[in-house]
Write a protein that binds this ligand. Structure first.
Ligand code: OOG
Ligand code: NI
Length: 263
């Protein structure tokens, strides 16, 4: 599988979970834009069999290298991004929940989900696109949600691209992110307004905004419930003072982007 085929397979599962992303993508292309991805993001747990390093492997095997790392104290997350030697390839942002910082109950719950996985699933290089690989119930989702929205999301959706991100520098018909956000909202897709609509600024060389995650029926052993699944993000990058476009992320902005899957 080439790197393009890998992103194609990831987009397929993602678009099924977030039909709004396909709609917005198609609206932009109908306007004459060519949509280019800035980054794709994944979520996992720091279990040694399915941590950030495990999810990164398919990218490392295809020319990606580890770059900067980020820490989210309150959300108990660690993240790293990966970039390809060819700068036209999307960056990959992977975060993981630090289980040792969570309550013993949360830890036991997540470990019980992992225990349902087969050896073949745990060692599958395409783990990152396998979706939910365990049975669980809505009562467990709600209990997890009280402590960690991130853990609850992972229990309901498992492994997939959490979001794709449009690289706004490549769009030609919008002057700024506010204009793009208005266009998306007028098409009926609510945006994440946690903090500000636009997170970041030219001063930190990165501006971002995102839709709220699409609500999708999720089947649990105790019923079917509509839950926020995946979202679509938009990023505009600025020149660093020393020259060249800034390639990294901004922790304060990322902290708010995570909230795009809040209920
Ligand atoms: C990741 C949130 C952070 C960014 O671009 O800063 C992020 C997530 O929601 O999993 O994507
Ligand atoms: Ni992102």
């Amino acid at each position: 599988m080439t790197v393009d085929e890998l992103f194609g397979a990831l987009w397929q599962r993602y678009a099924a979970l977030n039909p709004r992303a396909q709609e917005v993508h198609d609206l932009l292309e109908a306007r004459g834009e060519k949509v280019v991805n800035d980054h794709v993001a994944f979520r996992t747990l720091n279990d040694h069999r399915l941590g950030l390093d495990n999810l990164a492997q398919p990218f490392l095997d295809r020319g990606y290298e580890p770059k900067d790392e980020y820490r989210f104290e309150q959300k108990k997350l660690f993240a790293r991004y990966y970039a390809h030697e060819d700068e036209d390839q999307p960056k990959v942002f992977i975060s993981e929940l630090l289980l040792e910082e969570c309550s013993p109950e949360l830890r036991r719950t997540m470990e019980a989900l992992i225990d349902q996985m087969t050896e073949d699933q745990l060692s599958d290089p395409m783990l990152l696109n396998m979706g939910r690989v365990w049975q669980t119930d809505f009562a467990t989702y709600e209990k997890l949600y009280e402590e960690s929205e991130y853990a609850a999301w992972l229990s309901a959706f498992g492994f997939c691209a959490n979001h794709f991100t449009v690289f706004v520098n490549k769009l030609t018909s919008f002057d700024n992110l506010e204009e793009l956000a208005t266009f998306i909202e007028e098409a009926g897709h609510p945006m994440n307004r946690s903090g500000d609509l636009v997170k970041g600024s030219p001063d930190v060389c990165l501006e971002q905004c995102s839709t709220m995650a699409t609500k999708l029926p999720v089947t649990f052993s105790d019923g079917t419930y509509e839950l926020p699944s995946c979202f679509y993000e938009f990023a505009k990058r600025y020149e660093k003072p020393e020259g060249g476009l800034y390639q990294g992320f901004v922790a304060a902005s990322a902290d708010k982007i995570f909230e795009s899957t809040n209920r």
